[in-house]
Design a protein around this ligand. Structure first.
Ligand code: 9MR
Length: 451
């Protein structure tokens, strides 16, 4: 290659003109002049998130600001999901016992749904923001008042809320991994699952989430404790669909490097994950970009909600943690987020799928919860990987199995451990369990053995 021919600018002028003309001609035939790289780049956060597998990008909204046109201009342009920052909390919705005030919540729901934005309900049960009458309650009275609140509110908004934060912030910070002490916790450890069951009953189509902060770092005791609760709920058929990571970060350094592992580990339990209250001190672009990429990398990460629109709207406005400045201008972090959304899934975040073929000599038994009555419930178990099998099922006392079908059962001395053997009637068996006063426990599979 000679020195001259290697230089594009050295091409004869007429040839260059012809190349340009034919390129324009081709584009004209195609019906559009499109600049490379800008073909379908969405220009707003919500539209861009929607292009990423139907995700959302949302914000917390203060309902009294819906009268501020600078605020609503950004809200309506950029976001396709909203969460009421305060207006659907217990003290706002039921200020006096039995007197519900849905006005502000309804206003937000109406504003959102008439514009195609999805609504996250926040929050049905929480130790904080309780009205005075509830703060003074305890025991069965409080438990019933809490369940009544869940039922009334979820019924009022039935069909309009995509996700409910059913329970918020029920675990302690620090290394204990324990539940947070609160008047609700003191009503009994099963208060959380009771709230989820009541919510499911009131609005069967809403996705039901557990929401918390400081569950971002996978190795933290609090993250592990919430993980074990969700795992337990899934095993026992407690109706939970999703986990919300609030993700209030205090700065670039406190965005944990294992955040993606946390998202994918929860997802591997069979729940969706949501980033529900994102804000980062001083809004570093890198940390915002990383959060977006981590969500996009995990299929079950359904969307991101920032906790406010402009820095001046933030609960910690002195830290300027949001995507718009006080004048409503886009900040550098906004551009980082939009670019990351438009760049798409960076990959690598999905949990390894569970093996579909059982290990040699093994079989898999899967529980499907069945009908529930006041005093008992049905369960069916489907076995894969073998045609003759024995499955060991464990029941929590004082619950007791009262009837079985499609298998030959034997029992250990305690009566709580049943071994069910195939009897040639197929690969699904079932049983009825009497609750005997414990309405929350559910059977677990201990093992599945071929032969
Ligand atoms: O941003 C909310 C602020 O306006 C309220 O005063 C405060 C107390 O209810 O709650 C803030 O939102 C919290 C959310 O409901 C739950 N997670 C932590 C949020 C920030 O404190």
């Amino acid at each position: 290659m000679t020195k001259d021919s290697s230089r594009a600018p050295g091409r004869p002028r007429r040839l260059r003109a012809a190349l340009v003309l034919s390129a324009v001609g081709l584009l004209a035939v195609a019906g559009a002049v499109v600049l490379p790289g800008s073909a379908s780049a969405a220009t707003t956060l919500g539209a861009s998130a929607a292009e990423q597998g139907g995700r959302y990008f949302g914000t917390a909204v203060a309902v009294n600001k819906l009268n501020d046109s600078a605020y609503t201009t950004i809200l309506n342009r950029e976001f396709n999901q909203v969460t009421a920052e305060n207006e659907m909390k217990i003290d706002a919705l039921q200020p006096q016992q039995g007197q519900f005030n849905f006005g502000n919540g309804d206003r937000l729901v109406q504003h959102a749904r008439s514009r195609g934005m999805q609504v996250r309900g926040h929050t049905l049960a929480w130790h904080s923001q309780q009205p005075g009458w509830m703060q003074n309650m305890s025991g069965t009275t409080l438990r019933n008042a809490m369940l009544n609140h869940v039922t009334q509110v979820a019924t009022h908004y039935r069909g309009q809320i995509a996700w409910w934060d059913v329970v918020n912030e029920a675990f302690q910070d620090g290394s204990s991994g324990a539940r947070r002490d609160s008047n609700l916790q003191r009503t009994g450890n099963d208060w959380i699952e009771a709230a989820f069951r009541a919510a499911r009953q009131a609005d069967p189509n809403a996705q039901l989430c557990y929401n918390d902060y400081n569950i971002d770092n996978w190795t933290d005791a609090k993250t592990q404790a919430v993980y074990r609760m969700v795992q337990d709920f899934k095993n026992r058929g407690v109706p939970i669909d999703c986990v919300g990571l609030q993700s209030h970060f205090t700065g670039g350094s406190n965005y944990p490097g294992n955040y993606r592992t946390t998202l994918s580990s929860f997802a591997a339990l069979g729940v969706d994950v949501h980033i529900t209250e994102l804000d980062i001190r001083n809004a570093p672009s890198d940390a915002y970009r990383n959060v977006v990429n981590d969500c996009l990398a995990v299929s079950r990460c359904k969307g991101i909600t920032v906790w406010g629109i402009r820095d001046s709207d933030s609960w910690r406005s002195n830290e300027s943690p949001l995507l718009f400045d006080g004048n409503g201008n886009k900040k550098a972090a906004y551009n980082a987020v939009l670019t990351a959304l438009n760049s798409g899934n960076p990959g690598g975040g999905d949990p390894t799928p569970a093996p579909t073929t059982p290990a040699p000599g093994g079989c898999t038994a899967t529980i499907t919860p069945g009908q529930v009555w006041g005093d008992r419930y049905n369960t069916s178990v489907t076995v894969s990987g073998a045609s003759t099998w024995s499955v060991v099922v464990v029941i929590t006392a004082p619950q007791r199995i009262s009837a079985t079908w499609s298998g030959n059962p034997t029992w250990d001395g305690s009566g709580n451990v049943m071994t069910m053997r195939s009897n040639g009637s197929g690969n699904t068996f079932g049983f009825t369990t009497m609750m005997n006063g414990n309405s929350s426990a559910r059977p677990q599979i201990r093992s599945c053995t071929v032969g």
